[in-house]
Ligand binder design. Structure first.
Ligand code: PLP
Length: 403
């Protein structure tokens, strides 16, 4: 839906409402099993621990938990983030490199604002995380898509774009259990990407909200362990609760300082109470590790159920790889238009996000993103059955998935 309201700025019109989003509103109808949202399972929220941490934070130090705070964030939380990053990357990380943000979404918007001007080129994964595409487009950046396949961002494609003369301010990647494809960038590609950034002088934005949600082996070490040209982004949304809105960015001190200035103008600081809760919970590292492991187990069972149900129902005609972590399964069905399928699927009582929603330049009309995080295993099996019926109804002559 577009508007011609002359009071709106040109910039505001860069953030388009999408046809798909309008359609997905219908997915909230009772009875629809939605595999569309990227929402963590609320049953996995550590409710009692969060409530206890909130009570303790407010009663023990109300002047911190309820007062305005520093824009860069609570030093105790920043120190935890810096330590964690040092351990993960093997590179000493100082507290003044860390800025606590209101979710990692805010981190992405602020990084783009301080690294690039309107009209500058940013390279993004294609398909890529919709929230990042929106943030970058909303800032007037010109997006160039780098292909993603089962091994994550295709660094050879990136190299060929660079060779053709495209000069990005930054390359944005979700290297581990990517949203939307679920794929993980191989160690070779990570090294290639790091090498290209050193050679061409662009910054890499490494966004890792799903890296800890691994089902078997941990993903390869972060790209930030290979070069210091990385701005790292993290969040507690997928391991504690997204409603806390606690994320962070780790950057060189001068970039971090610019982000602090931009953040000050945006929201002064991230919720003091949420940060105080985060301080309490992250200080219990063993408890946190158990919490992350429990979520990963829960999602692993669901991912397996979904994958097996899809293979059983559709066989060769639907292509997907078994997820190894994260929250998403990416599937392609030859010869379909998944936007048309969505309308039929919602009638049939199941929803997903059509691949084209995540497209930068590629034609992803035959792809679907299925989230396995929120539906139960029983619902996932039923969802696949309904999806099959929707596909049969869509064009039974052309797409007979029963084969
Ligand atoms: C890849 C990626 N980055 C960032 C975010 C934003 O998360 P939050 O703002 O809750 O930290 C999401 C949310 O789904 C995501 O999938």
């Amino acid at each position: 839906m577009t508007t011609n309201n002359p009071s709106l700025s040109r910039r505001s019109t860069l953030i388009a409402s999408s046809e798909i989003r309008d359609l997905l509103r219908l997915a909230q109808r009772p009875g629809v099993i939605s595999l569309a949202g990227g929402l963590p399972d609320p049953a996995a929220f550590p409710i009692e621990a969060i409530a206890a941490a909130a009570t303790h934070a407010i009663s023990s130090d109300p002047a911190t938990a309820l007062q305005y705070g520093p824009t860069e964030g609570d030093d105790r939380l920043r120190a935890w983030v810096a330590d964690r990053h040092t351990r993960q990357t093997g590179r000493a990380t100082a507290i003044d490199q860390v800025v606590v943000t209101t979710g990692s979404q805010q981190a992405l918007a602020l990084i783009a604002r301080v690294l690039a001007d309107a009209g500058d080129v940013a390279m993004v994964e294609d398909p890529g995380y919709l929230g990042a595409l929106q943030a970058f487009r909303g800032d007037g950046l010109a997006l160039a898509g780098v292909k993603v396949d089962h091994e994550g961002l295709d660094s050879d494609h990136l190299e060929s774009l660079l060779a053709s003369g495209v000069q990005p301010r930054f390359v944005y990647t979700v290297p581990s259990f990517q949203n939307p494809t679920g794929s993980t960038m191989s160690p070779d590609r990570r090294a290639h990407l790091a090498g290209l950034s050193d050679l061409h002088g662009f910054v890499i934005i490494e966004d890792a909200p799903y890296a800890e949600l691994c089902f078997d082996a941990a993903p390869p070490p972060p790209v930030a362990s290979l070069t210091d040209r990385v701005v790292s982004v993290g969040t507690l949304s997928k391991v504690l609760a997204p409603g806390l809105r606690v994320g962070w960015v780790i950057a060189a001190p001068d970039v971090a300082a610019a982000i602090v200035r931009a953040k000050q103008a945006s929201d002064l600081h991230t919720s003091s109470l949420s940060q105080a809760i985060a301080v309490e919970l992250t200080s219990q590292q063993e408890w946190l590790d158990d919490q992350v492991a429990a979520i990963a187990r829960r999602y692993r069972d669901r991912a397996e159920t979904l994958h097996v149900a899809l293979v059983d129902r559709f066989g060769e005609r639907l292509r997907c790889t078994a997820p190894r972590g994260g929250m998403f399964l990416w599937a392609t069905v030859h010869g379909i238009d998944s936007r048309a399928l969505l309308a039929t699927a919602i009638d049939q009582g199941v929803a997903f996000v059509p691949g084209s929603a995540f497209s930068v330049e590629r034609d992803l009309a035959n792809a679907l993103r299925l989230s396995f995080a929120t539906a139960t295993t029983t619902e996932l099996v039923e969802a696949v059955e309904r999806l099959g019926e929707a596909l049969d109804r869509l064009d039974p002559a052309r797409v007979d998935l029963r084969g």
